[in-house]
Design a protein around this ligand. Structure first.
Ligand SMILES: NC(=O)c1ccc[n+]([C@@H]2O[C@H](COP(=O)([O-])OP(=O)(O)OC[C@H]3O[C@@H](n4cnc5c(N)ncnc54)[C@H](OP(=O)(O)O)[C@@H]3O)[C@@H](O)[C@H]2O)c1
Length: 319
């Protein structure tokens, strides 16, 4: 089968399309013919060993010190189960899922217990591949970490990115009043996604907004705790997706203060993905494919992701 491989850390040029052996499913495993897979910020960070902050050494220890241990990237995918070992959760048919790696290939083995759910026939593969990375982060951070309640005033920084576009919609579905920030060309998109207020971060700094929110959800790394506090109500929360040692120490020392910093790492549970699919089917959530690329243009896809100005998800078409 064809797969996108990388044997060294580096720029998009380390990626190439190669022929590798098609895997066979063992007991409980599924063989998925991948139709589409997202290229996420996680794929860019793994390819470039660009782990944020003190996670640099931790990332290399986990994913390969001198060179990558797993040569095939790709976590969020959509495809079709074409073979399954005895006892597999899903026997055949269209699926979407989120795995630790290997989805940037024509075929993928999904192991027992990994995050995969049946894909409704109305949800096409590209849109489905755009759902898990941003959707799971948005759902888990807003529902479980920030515990957003109806009427809460939520400010989403990086509202047009892969997590941000989902966060605007998930927060709206939870009944929050959403303000979101992006650059001027993406302000109309923020409104389309459901933001009451769309703000240009280039002309309106967070600290100058002149009003307060219950939650600042920073998907980009656009502000720090000191800045966030200036726009949070008492009891409000700052939830940044990107954090390093400084934020970890702040989270420990700030527990008695009126404005909280909450840190978390995203999870990948099939139940959460099923909830996102249900929201999509109910018309509450629209997966946003900013741009899709054929397999052999993977370097261009990575360059766009690394620019940090993609809209929604960047998707590879594997067929
Ligand atoms: N903690 C966790 O478990 C976890 C889970 C998932 C993701 N993450 C991290 O969260 C981040 C989210 O990634 P993503 O793919 O959704 O988005 P991204 O590509 O990193 O960011 C895109 C968004 O940021 C905006 N943006 C770009 N430059 C900006 C600037 N200078 N100031 C303010 N906003 C700016 C973009 O708007 P314009 O294009 O309009 O400029 C767009 O809305 C990644 O770094 C990822 O590693 C962490």
């Amino acid at each position: 089968m064809k797969a996108i491989v990388y044997r060294d850390y580096g720029g998009p040029e380390v990626l190439s399309v190669a022929e590798i052996e098609t895997p066979r499913p063992g007991p409980g495993e599924m063989l998925v013919k991948v139709e589409a897979a997202a290229v996420t910020t996680a794929d860019w960070r793994l390819r470039a060993a660009a782990f944020p902050g003190i996670l640099g050494p931790v990332g290399r220890a986990m994913f390969g010190w001198r060179r990558p241990r797993n040569p095939v990237l790709g976590s969020a995918f959509a495809g079709e189960v074409v073979a399954a070992g005895a006892g597999a959760d899903i026997a055949a048919g269209p699926v979407l899922g989120f795995v630790p790696g290997g989805a940037h290939a024509e075929y993928l083995i999904v192991k027992p217990g990994q995050c995969v759910v049946a894909r409704p026939y109305g949800l096409d593969a590209e849109a489905a591949a755009a759902l898990p990375f941003g959707g799971l982060s948005a759902l888990v951070f807003l529902r479980d970490v920030a515990k957003v309640t109806p009427g809460a005033r939520v400010l989403v920084l990086g509202g047009s990115g892969e997590v941000g576009a989902m966060a605007v919609q998930v927060a709206r579905a939870m009944g929050a009043r959403v303000s979101a920030m992006a650059s001027a060309p993406n302000l109309a998109l923020l409104h389309e996604l459901g933001a009451e207020e769309a703000l240009d971060y280039r002309s309106q700094p967070v600290t100058g907004l002149g009003r307060r929110f219950d939650l600042v959800f920073d998907t980009f790394g656009a502000c720090d705790l000191t800045q966030a506090r200036q726009v949070l109500v008492r009891g409000g929360q700052f939830v940044p997706l990107n954090f390093g040692l400084r934020e970890m120490l702040q989270a420990l020392t700030n527990c008695l203060r009126a404005r909280k910093l909450r840190l978390h790492v995203s999870t990948d549970r099939a139940g959460d993905l099923a909830e996102l699919v249900a929201m999509q089917q109910a018309g509450q959530l629209r997966p946003l494919v900013g741009q899709s690329f054929p397999l052999d243009q993977v370097r261009a896809a990575h360059a766009l992701v690394e620019s940090r100005h993609k809209r929604g998800a960047v998707v590879l078409r594997m067929g």
